[in-house]
Design a protein around this ligand. Sequence first.
Ligand SMILES: O=C(CO)[C@H](O)[C@H](O)COP(=O)(O)O
Length: 267
Amino acid sequence: MPSSTKSVLKPLKSPIPTGELSVIEKSKQLAAWTAVDQHIRPEHRVIGIGSGSTVPYVVERIVSKGAEANKDRVFIPTGFQSKELIVTSGLVLGDVDQYPTIDVTLDGADEVDVELNCIKGGGACHLREKVIAEAANTFVLVADYRKNVEYLGTNFKAGVPIEVVPFAYAKVLQNLHHVLGSPNATLRMARAKAGPVVSDNGNFIIDAPFDREVMVKPYTIMAQIKMLTGVVEVGLFCHMARAAYFGNQDGSVTVKWNDGKIEQVKA
Ligand SMILES: O=C(CO)[C@H](O)[C@H](O)COP(=O)(O)O
C-alpha cells in the first residue's frame, strides 16, 4: 500500500488514571491483567466486557496491547458502564444481537464458591451479564481475594440479586418471603434518587438473602427463583465459568479452574 493511503490507527486510551493504587485496587488489577494475558489470544475477535469495579483493569490491560493488536476486534458490553468503558477507550463497540457467539468474556463477581458458581448483580447488570457469559466460548471471572469463598453468601450478605418486571415485584417478594424461605428479601432502593433502582433494562431488583444450607446448592435455589412469574433473571451463575482469577494482598494471583485445579501465579 503506498504510504499516502495507509490508514492510521487511532491511539487507545486507558480508563485508569495514573497514581498509586490501594491494596484492594492492586489485587483487582493483578487478577484482571493475568486473566487478560492468559485468555485473550491474538486470534480472538469478539470479546465480552463485564461490569463492576474490577473490569476497568481488564480494559486497561487490553488497551495496553495497543491499537494494532485490537484493530480487528469488537467488544460487547454487559451494560451502560462497560459500554462507556469501551467507547472512551477507543475500542470498537458491538452488541450481542450482532455477535451472538463471543470468543471470551471477562467479568467481575460479588462472590465465587469452590465450584466457580458465583453471585453477580451487585451492580444490577446480571441479566445482560448472563447473556454475554452464555454467548462466550470461554467465560472468566476476575475479582479480589475477598470474593474467594467456600460457599456463596459468606461475605456478601446482601443476598441474591433478582431482576423482576416492575408490576410483579410485590408478588415475587411475597413468594420469596413465604414460599422460598427468604424473609428478609427487599426491593433495592436507589441512593441518589427517590424510589427503587431501575436496571439498564427498565426493571426492578430484589435482593434475597438465604441461609447457608440453601446457598451451598446454588443451582437448586436459582432454578426455584427463576420459576417465579415476573422474574427476568437471577444473579446466580452456576457451572458457567472456565476459570476465576483472584488477586491477593501479597501480589500473587490464585487461579481456580472448573476442573478443580488451583494455581498460584506470582506477579
Ligand atoms: O455483577 C456485577 C454487576 O452486576 C459485578 O460484576 C459485581 O457486582 C462485581 O463488581 P465489583 O468488581 O465492583 O466488586
